[in-house]
Design a protein around this ligand. Structure first.
Ligand SMILES: [Zn+2]
Length: 268
C-alpha cells in the first residue's frame, strides 16, 4: 500500500469519525422530531377579560366619577392573590388570539386583566403590583392623552412596554365613541393610534378597545383592516371565538375578592 493510499484511507476514517460526532444519534445539533403534537386552532374557549380603569387611593372624596371607576390597590392585590391561588393563568389579549390560532397551547384557566385609557396610576400603582406578582396584563392606551395631566407620560409607557409583562394596546387617539362616527374620522382614530404607539414603543400593537364599548360594523371593519388581531367591548360574557374576536366580551370585577370573585367568574 502506497503512502498516498494510507493518507487517503486515514483521511476517510477521520472524516467518518467527525461525521458520527457531528450527526450521531446523541448529538444535539440535529433537530429533534417533536414528540408532542403542536396545538391545533380552537373554535372557541372560555376566558374572562376583566376590565379596570383606576386603581389607586382616591384623594379627592368629591371626585365621584373617579371613585365609581376605582378599586383600591389593596383590593386589586387581593384579587390577584385570589386568581393565582385558584389556578388562573394570566395571558394578554394577543395571546388569546394565539391560543385561538393554535400558535400556543390553551393554558389552565386563562384570564386577561385589562386596563383602559392609560391613567397615571397604572404606572404608579398597578405596574409595581404586576411586577411583584409576575402577572401579565393589557393596557389600552388613548395615544392622544399621553403626557396630559392624569395620564401616563410617554416615558412611563415605554418602560412598561419594555417589561414584557404588559401588552400595550390601542384605544383611539381622542377616545371618541365609534358607533355612527363618520368613516374618515373612525379610520384615522383607529389607524393613527396604532401607528403612534408603535413608533413610541417599537413593538407592534395588535389589540384594540372600543372607547365606551361603542362600536358598529364599520368600526369592526376598520379595526380589522388596520391590522389589529382583536378588539374588546364592554358587553358581558366569557367566550372567545373566531366569530367574536373583534367584539370580545369583558366583565367588571368591581371590588369582589375571594369566593365572591371566583363565583362571579364561574357563573358563565
Ligand atoms: Zn376608555
Amino acid at each position: 500500500m502506497s503512502i498516498k493510499k494510507i493518507i487517503i484511507l486515514l483521511s476517510l476514517l477521520i472524516l467518518s469519525v467527525l461525521l458520527i460526532i457531528i450527526f450521531g444519534p446523541n448529538n444535539k445539533l440535529l433537530p429533534i422530531a417533536p414528540t408532542t403534537p403542536l396545538p391545533t386552532p380552537l373554535t372557541s374557549f372560555t376566558a374572562p377579560i376583566l376590565i379596570y380603569h383606576y386603581v389607586e387611593y382616591v384623594k379627592d372624596e368629591k371626585d365621584t366619577i373617579r371613585k365609581s371607576l376605582n378599586i383600591t390597590p389593596y383590593v386589586f392585590v387581593k384579587q390577584i392573590e385570589t386568581l393565582k391561588n385558584a389556578g388562573y393563568t394570566f395571558v394578554t389579549a394577543s395571546e388569546l388570539i394565539d391560543i385561538l390560532d393554535g400558535k400556543i397551547k390553551l393554558p389552565q384557566k386563562p384570564i386577561v386583566i385589562s386596563f383602559d385609557d392609560g391613567y397615571r396610576d397604572f404606572y404608579t400603582d398597578v405596574f409595581p403590583i404586576l411586577k411583584k406578582y409576575d402577572v401579565k396584563a393589557v393596557a389600552y392606551i388613548v395615544s392622544g392623552f399621553l403626557d396630559k395631566p392624569n395620564y401616563m407620560y410617554a416615558w412611563q409607557l415605554k418602560e412598561i412596554a419594555r417589561s414584557g409583562l404588559v401588552e400595550i394596546a390601542a384605544h383611539t387617539i381622542h377616545h371618541y365613541s365609534l358607533k355612527g362616527l363618520e368613516a374618515q374620522t373612525t379610520k384615522y382614530e383607529i389607524e393613527e393610534s396604532k401607528i403612534t404607539l408603535e413608533k413610541l414603543i417599537g413593538i407592534s400593537v395588535v389589540s384594540f378597545a372600543y372607547p365606551d364599548g361603542s362600536f358598529d360594523m364599520q368600526a369592526i371593519k376598520l379595526v380589522k383592516s388596520a391590522g389589529f388581531k382583536s378588539a374588546v367591548t364592554t358587553l358581558h360574557g366569557f367566550e372567545v371565538s373566531w366569530e367574536n374576536k373583534f367584539s370580545l366580551y369583558r366583565i367588571h370585577p368591581g371590588d369582589k375578592t375571594g369566593n365572591s370573585l371566583l363565583n362571579f367568574l364561574e357563573q358563565k
